[in-house]
Ligand binder design. Sequence first.
Ligand SMILES: [Zn+2]
Length: 115
Amino acid sequence: MNPERLTYFKGRLETERDELIRAHGLHEQDLRDSHTSEDIAGPDRASELDEAIVESHIVESQERLLEKINHALERLGEGTYGICENCDCEIAEARLEAKPSVSLCVDCQELKEAG
Ligand SMILES: [Zn+2]
């Protein structure tokens, strides 16, 4: 990949990471807020718990995405960005364009999802 494209994807990844960290911070705040009503037993208790569970799932998936982005940025630094981690082929740029944090080519991703 040429240096201009690498700089472009680096920018995309950094923007995505910054947005995620901002959103992530907000969700952590939501989780803390929901805990303040812990001692109040009432009809809304169950739905509040459900909300807290949904929030924690969101945080988990954000953490996973953040890890992927950081990993992609590391690979950018090492000069292996855009190379499939499984088969060492080049990942199509259209695929990276759609999701800059991917580390597998389409074939390997499909294999992985198929189990
Ligand atoms: Zn592959």
